[in-house]
Design a protein around this ligand. Structure first.
Ligand SMILES: Cc1cc2nc3c(=O)[nH]c(=O)nc-3n(C[C@H](O)[C@H](O)[C@H](O)COP(=O)(O)O)c2cc1C
Length: 178
């Protein structure tokens, strides 16, 4: 099989190809300059166990990016399958995302969303310019996982859910975090 090397990069096709990689969905929150922020993200991923690092990236076009760059803590709320409305709400630019949303406060001051499948309270570790996004690397200070809640999935530009009974353990010993 050959993979064509395009001279003109077809952005639509590129996005479609990236959409073949399913992800979870999270709302990353922070409190920056006294302003509460929340943004739906699928770019979250695990990065390192020792030290415990995670990553996410923010589009340069995001209105709130300058505030995110000043935050000294972030909370990652991994959404569960019944939180599509929360995902949609925090994916809208400029709207007042927090009206009517219940939350608690993490040690970092960032809002925590009840009903999430897992929560990570983090502090900034590094930030890198990365094309049209800014890559945030964060050190996890505290976390909580709710194993009985199924995560919301995002694939091919759509929400999806894990079907119970369709999972299969891999054949190799799983002492890794992937
Ligand atoms: C499922 C999903 C995943 C998203 N993932 C990201 C992401 O990883 N990074 C990002 O910058 N925007 C992502 N977005 C879009 C942002 O949520 C949206 O542009 C942001 O809330 C706008 O914030 P603003 O008010 O600062 O402009 C995603 C949206 C959806 C629906």
């Amino acid at each position: 099989m050959t993979i064509e090397r395009e001279t003109v990069f077809d952005l639509h096709a590129f996005r479609q190809a990236l959409g073949q990689f399913p992800t979870g969905v999270c709302v990353v929150t922070c409190l920056a300059d006294g302003v509460r922020l929340g943004m739906t993200m699928s770019s979250f991923n695990s990065l390192s166990l020792e030290p415990p690092l995670v990553l996410f990236s923010i589009d340069r076009k995001a209105v709130s990016l300058p505030l995110w760059e000043r935050a000294d803590g972030y909370a990652v709320n991994i959404l569960s399958e019944n939180q599509k409305d929360i995902s949609n709400r925090f994916a809208r630019s400029l709207s007042n995302k927090w009206v009517g949303v219940r939350f608690e406060q993490a040690g970092s001051g960032a809002p925590l969303l009840p009903g999430a499948a897992a929560l990570f309270d983090c502090e900034p570790w590094a930030r890198h310019e990365a094309g049209d996004h800014v890559l945030f690397i964060a050190r996890v200070r505290q976390f909580r996982s709710f194993g009985d809640r199924r995560p919301l999935v995002f694939s091919k530009g759509r929400y999806a859910a894990l079907q119970p009974g369709e999972t299969l353990a891999p054949l190799w010993p799983l002492d890794i975090h992937y």
